[in-house]
Design a protein. Structure first.
Length: 362
């Protein structure tokens, strides 16, 4: 697709399918619910859902996302991580056959109240009971899990009850908290537990959770980015799905000692050509990307120089065969989004989401 000012975001569905196949290799005995929240990490929620027709279900953060998927024709199980917050949302979850995560005791109160006033009588609801095993974000506390399960199991509307947790340090497989979280989760599983979901991308690849689980929840690995700092996506057999490109709109012949950009933050070390590309932080490119951040002009690798502006960046054209109008790849086939994120002091998740948001929708 093309957003404003000829900044182009392209999505490679073949790469997406390849990465999904990698998930199946890592977790052959589990069902797969691709995480497509935040507009599929900027890749287009509906498009990604349509491309992953062999997925067993999908996961999103908010009820509105799940409803949009249902209304677009997606008929697979849909997990909603943030669950329900009021009676109307509960009724919508039932009506649209969604599977909310229950992470607070008051959400159980809400369902019990709806049953008592007959507002959802005769209807069924699948839920996940999300357990806080150490993440400290969303999840019922371990001491409250037994009673929470009993209360949910006693409700006639609950047709399927699964257990779910989330790792705090899956990107660091050797971190001691991972095994502590696993031990906590194991202690809360009972023989009658029929559905479990533990692993995100990092845990899937490192096989942190050795037991068989019903569902895995791949996110960033689907989009061709590594969840680890010490392993590249290429090393993990993942392919980049998003390609971000813009155009070279000016070429300046500058002399040694001339400055480039705001704050005179970069100075030409010699007489040289500097290119100007029509993309900046207003388009989702990271403002804090530093000099040396990689990019490619017509497939030729080079670097960013100076500060990122709202709608332009400067690039080093020494040794580069280029002219105005040439395409510049900010990340994609030639340039890893992980490397760009590292140069900007952030993570690929943020870059992908920001570009998807700023480009006007995919």
């Amino acid at each position: 697709m093309t957003g404003t000012r000829a900044v182009t975001v392209s999505i490679d569905q073949d790469a997406l399918a390849h990465n999904f196949a990698q998930v199946k290799q890592y977790a052959p005995n589990s069902k797969v619910m691709p995480v497509i929240k935040a507009n599929a990490y900027g890749h287009g929620m509906l498009q990604v859902a349509g491309a992953l027709g062999n997925a067993d279900g999908f996961a999103v953060a908010q009820l509105s996302e799940a409803i949009e998927l249902r209304e677009s024709g997606v008929d697979k199980p849909l997990t909603v991580f943030q669950g329900i917050s009021n009676k109307l949302e509960l009724e919508l979850a039932v009506a649209y056959r969604l599977r909310p995560a229950i992470s607070q005791v008051w959400q159980i109160d809400l369902i019990e109240s709806a049953v008592s006033d007959s507002s959802i009588n005769g209807q069924s609801l699948d839920v996940w009971l999300k357990i806080n095993t150490g993440m400290g974000r969303l999840g019922v506390q371990a001491d409250d899990v037994k009673l929470a399960r009993q209360r949910l199991a006693a409700l006639p509307c609950i047709s399927q009850l699964g257990l779910m947790m989330h790792f705090a340090n899956a990107d660091m497989p050797a971190h001691t908290s991972n095994q502590q979280q696993i031990a906590c989760f194991r202690s809360l599983i009972e023989e009658k537990t029929t559905q479990t979901s533990v692993s995100n991308s990092g845990a899937i690849i490192s096989r942190l959770y050795e037991e068989e689980q019903s569902w895995v929840r791949p996110g960033i690995m689907l989009y061709g980015s590594s969840p680890f700092l010490d392993k590249t996506a290429e090393q993990l057999g993942l392919q980049p799905v998003m390609s971000l490109q813009a155009k070279l709109i000016a070429i300046n012949k500058l002399s040694k000692g001339q400055h480039v950009g705001y704050g005179d933050s970069w100075t030409c070390p010699e007489d040289m050509r500097v290119g100007i590309v029509n993309i900046g932080y207003g388009d989702g490119y990271p403002r804090h990307a530093s000099t040396g951040t990689p990019l490619a002009v017509k497939g030729q690798p080079t670097q960013l120089v100076g500060r990122v502006s709202m709608d332009s960046i400067a690039v080093d054209l020494r040794g580069i065969n280029a002219e105005c109008g040439d395409l510049v790849e900010l990340w994609g086939k030639y340039i890893s989004v992980d490397e760009v994120a590292k140069s900007a002091g952030t993570i690929s998740y943020e870059l992908l989401c920001n570009v998807g948001r700023c480009s006007g929708g995919i």
